[in-house]
Design a protein around this ligand. Sequence first.
Ligand SMILES: *[C@@H]1O[C@H](CO)[C@@H](O)[C@H](O)[C@H]1NC(C)=O
Ligand SMILES: *[C@@H]1O[C@H](CO)[C@@H](O)[C@H](O)[C@H]1NC(C)=O
Ligand SMILES: *[C@@H]1O[C@H](CO)[C@@H](O)[C@H](O)[C@H]1NC(C)=O
Ligand SMILES: *[C@@H]1O[C@H](CO)[C@@H](O)[C@H](O)[C@H]1NC(C)=O
Ligand SMILES: *[C@@H]1O[C@H](CO)[C@@H](O)[C@H](O)[C@H]1NC(C)=O
Ligand SMILES: *[C@@H]1O[C@H](CO)[C@@H](O)[C@H](O)[C@H]1NC(C)=O
Ligand SMILES: *[C@@H]1O[C@H](CO)[C@@H](O)[C@H](O)[C@H]1NC(C)=O
Length: 457
Amino acid sequence: MPSPLPPPPPPLFLLSLLLMFFPTTLPQPTNPQPGTMPESELDTLFRIMDSMSFDQEDWRSSYPNPCSPGSSSWPGIECKPGDEDSYMHVSRLDFGTPPNPSCKKTATFPHLIFSLPFLQSAFFFDCFTENKTTLTVPTTGLMNSSLQQLSLRSNPALAGPIPPQISLLKSLQVLTLSQNRLSGDIPSGLFSLTSLMHLDLSYNSLTGTLPARLGNLKNLIGLDLSYNLLSGVIPSMIGQLGLLQKLDLSSNSLTGPIPESVENLGSLFFLALSNNGLTGKLPLGISKLQSLEYFIMESNPVNMPLPIGFGSLARLQELRLSNSGYSGPIPPSFSRLTNLSTLSLQNNQLTGKIPVGLGNLSHIYHLNLSKNSLSGVVPFDAGFLSRLGKNLDLSGNPGLCLNPNEAYNVKVGVNLCNNSSSSSLISQAPSSTPNQMIIIFLLQAISSWILSWITMS
Ligand SMILES: *[C@@H]1O[C@H](CO)[C@@H](O)[C@H](O)[C@H]1NC(C)=O
Ligand SMILES: *[C@@H]1O[C@H](CO)[C@@H](O)[C@H](O)[C@H]1NC(C)=O
Ligand SMILES: *[C@@H]1O[C@H](CO)[C@@H](O)[C@H](O)[C@H]1NC(C)=O
Ligand SMILES: *[C@@H]1O[C@H](CO)[C@@H](O)[C@H](O)[C@H]1NC(C)=O
Ligand SMILES: *[C@@H]1O[C@H](CO)[C@@H](O)[C@H](O)[C@H]1NC(C)=O
Ligand SMILES: *[C@@H]1O[C@H](CO)[C@@H](O)[C@H](O)[C@H]1NC(C)=O
Ligand SMILES: *[C@@H]1O[C@H](CO)[C@@H](O)[C@H](O)[C@H]1NC(C)=O
């Protein structure tokens, strides 16, 4: 990821830069020229650059002093002065996306990066494309690895397992291995990296189950394991990740219920569990997730009545529960979700009327209730219908009909109500109770049955 341009340097920083340029005014404890790198580190750096990128024929002659302040360097490298020496050291290397060095087609993963003792961040994005390569981490010499951020994203030729030696990178805070061809189980040692704040292994072919040790990663803020082949249940230890803000386990083969312990994830604002084999019932405590803005759980065999608890999640912006065997009515409590912009309940077995209050949701932009067994008159007024337009889908509910007074020129997949049975009734008595409706319906049914009986005989 290219970093944004740094903000204008504060005066203090300029001052220290000046001091760096005029070091003779300061006592110098050690001999190296200011801004130079130790020769062995420089050597490792150029071996990495020459193996990775053809952008320069010879990286050393193009950039003899890549870390010296004032001398030219390439985008994608960052350096820092040592805390305990007066050398400069490589702290960040970026490959793959412009303006960073491009990767040659035959580039393979340069495990030499782990020999750069001060490297804090390494990024490889769209880099390994042709020659199959694996993520290799040396078994020795990593005791004090200072690598905090390792990101290998969108590398179609990066295959094989995540090596168990990943557990040696004790300083890792961000590990992104998304959109590669990684396979095999997630090594259990990875769950000992307790400094991790962001773990993204999405879009690979990782197998196996989620271990209870996942609960060790107490500093996790983001966990994305979506689009893999993970199976088994979601371990209840997940409830120990009290700082978690984003959890995405979509598109795996997870089974069983959502553990009750998720109610402890009070910071969670994004939860996605779609396309798994998760079953009901949903935890009662789900209504405690008061930070939740996105709950996305489509296409799971949940098969239960739609829980009223969702109505307490006042911050929800997206609630997507389609294709999951939900039955029963849409709880009127859903009308309290005033920040809701998307509600997807299509392809379930919902029955009963659409709650009148849904028409009051002033931020709603996308409402899909298609392919259910909802019935009665659609309670939305003309303003609501025209505001949502094509983003409102009520089709596939044979029992629904639209009040002709409100339905001018809209297509939501529903027929107009027959004016005798409903429209007049709605406009004259909008508060008629279900009982009144049923009696009228029965009277009509009986009279038409008598009528047809008379005409037939
Ligand atoms: C890359 O792959 C090609 C064949 O696909 C092979 O000939 C070549 O030796 C490989 N290069 C490296 C550096 O592994
Ligand atoms: C790790 O750091 C300690 C002191 O901080 C030092 O004694 C040791 O040599 C270092 N080990 C390696 C492999 O760099
Ligand atoms: C709804 O969203 C607005 C702006 O995004 C926010 O200020 C407000 O707190 C939200 N309401 C609730 C109940 O979370
Ligand atoms: C819808 O909103 C109006 C005014 O904001 C309010 O009077 C009415 O009770 C609401 N209806 C429901 C069902 O919440
Ligand atoms: C509603 O859901 C159905 C079924 O998944 C889909 O075919 C349709 O395009 C959706 N409608 C809208 C407006 O998103
Ligand atoms: C409206 O009436 C017509 C003819 O009487 C009937 O065929 C149709 O099913 C009715 N539609 C609804 C939604 O009741
Ligand atoms: C609806 O009512 C109008 C008069 O108000 C009448 O002419 C028409 O035939 C009715 N349509 C149906 C389908 O009942």
